[in-house]
Write a protein that binds this ligand. Structure first.
Ligand code: FES
Length: 88
């Protein structure tokens, strides 16, 4: 986390694929990924097609990412935290 992270009221900084992303507190991980990676959270296993959040309510699993080393976390159901490391 950079020394700037959290310096502005109500904002925090996390990293998506190593890139810093600044969001408002209360933003979901899926939204942070959409800002950083144009909505691509993963590639399909079979054809490598880009996949991204679809339902936004935790039902489709299309928003799965790795968060702080834990795989298959649903980004639409988790809020961003300062210093969080997200990998698509
Ligand atoms: S967008 Fe469907 S489970 Fe997250």
């Amino acid at each position: 986390m950079s020394s700037e992270a959290g310096s502005r009221s109500g904002e925090l900084e996390l990293r998506v694929d190593g890139e810093p992303v600044r969001v408002r507190a209360g933003t979901t991980v899926a939204v942070a990924v959409m800002r950083a990676r144009a909505g691509v959270t993963r590639r399909s296993d079979r054809l490598g097609e880009p996949r991204g959040p679809l339902c936004g309510v935790g039902a489709c699993f299309e928003c799965r990412v790795t968060i702080d080393g834990r795989r298959h976390r649903r980004g639409c159901s988790l809020l961003c935290a300062a210093g969080m490391e997200v990998t698509t």
